[in-house]
Design a protein around this ligand. Structure first.
Ligand code: A2P
Length: 276
């Protein structure tokens, strides 16, 4: 058994603003508000996760807060992210509403969910949320390098995170290296391709070769590329499986075999298509 006071799933890295973020987080996109979400969050925290990623648009912040409370893990030990829904007007006012739904005094990270109506208009409101203490770190999601640079031009407080879809099949090499140059940590959402990549032949063969599951191989690939990975599951056994990625290493050969699965052409774009 690992030391439960410092579970491996709580491994952290430092953001550019000095705050620490656990490199594994539970994603709860598409988990309805209610018992499934409460249980997933509680199980994750019981299993050693210390990072939960939700959003105003997911509609499940109450359940995230409930799961946190039921887990008994102190608030201060958990990194909570929520995202500003850019169909709303005021990021600071919406952050305050998120805090009420979550039942917490602050979130660790608050990010613009996508660059709807342009990348820059919401940033001053994000800074206001930060100044008022609603959010300890602020950042963006679904922003390309060009959009990230536009934000940085107007920023007093620079974004420290860009959360984008990322996996070997969406290996946004140019975005990752540009973000790194700018001191922006990349968080990968849908690291399992919302489940689709788990049945890929190459991934499965590699998993068999290294004695791990396809999910573990995909997540480990992300960690070895310095991503923060945010797998989603509502099943306890899978939540546990997805956290068991800190005691093995993929070789250079394994990594490059996975790198070669990229279909994004190493893009610096965050999305192939927009939904907004
Ligand atoms: P479920 O929530 O029913 O467990 P992503 O993180 O890329 O969005 O992928 C999430 C999808 O992958 C969900 O459908 C989830 O199903 C499934 N999933 C998550 N972890 C595992 C796992 N370890 N093994 C198999 N499927 C998984």
């Amino acid at each position: 058994m690992s030391d439960t006071s410092h579970p491996p799933a709580a491994h952290v890295r430092k953001l550019a603003d000095g705050n620490q973020i656990p490199v594994l987080g539970l994603g709860v996109w598409q988990v309805p508000n209610g018992p499934d979400c409460v249980n997933a969050v509680r199980w994750a925290l019981e299993l050693g996760y210390r990072h939960i990623d939700t959003a105003q648009a997911y509609g499940n912040e109450e359940s995230v807060g409930q799961g946190l409370k039921e887990s008994g893990v102190p608030r201060a030990e958990v990194f909570i992210t929520t995202k500003f829904y850019p169909g709303s007007k005021d990021p600071a006012a919406e952050a305050q509403r998120s805090l009420e739904r979550l039942g917490v005094d602050y979130v660790d990270l608050y990010i613009i969910h996508w660059p709807q109506r342009g990348p820059t208009w919401a940033w001053s409101g994000m800074e206001r949320a930060h100044a008022r203490g609603y959010a300890r770190s602020i950042g963006v999601s679904n922003f390309s390098v060009a959009e990230l640079d536009q934000v940085r031009e107007v920023a007093t407080i620079e974004p420290v995170v860009d959360q984008v879809q990322f996996s070997p099949f969406e290996y946004r090499r140019a975005l990752l290296s540009a973000a790194e140059e700018r001191g922006v940590a990349v968080e990968g959402y849908s690291p399992l391709g919302t489940g689709r990549h788990l049945s890929n032949k190459t991934v499965r063969a590699l998993a068999t070769r290294v004695g791990r599951t396809p999910a573990q191989v995909l997540l480990r690939w992300g960690l070895q590329h310095d991503l923060i990975v945010l797998p989603k599951s509502t099943h306890r056994d899978r939540i546990a499986e997805n956290a068991d990625i800190f005691d093995f290493e993929l070789s250079e050969r394994d990594m490059s075999e996975l790198d070669d699965l990229d279909r994004s052409h190493g893009t610096e774009r965050a999305r192939e298509g927009k939904w907004w």
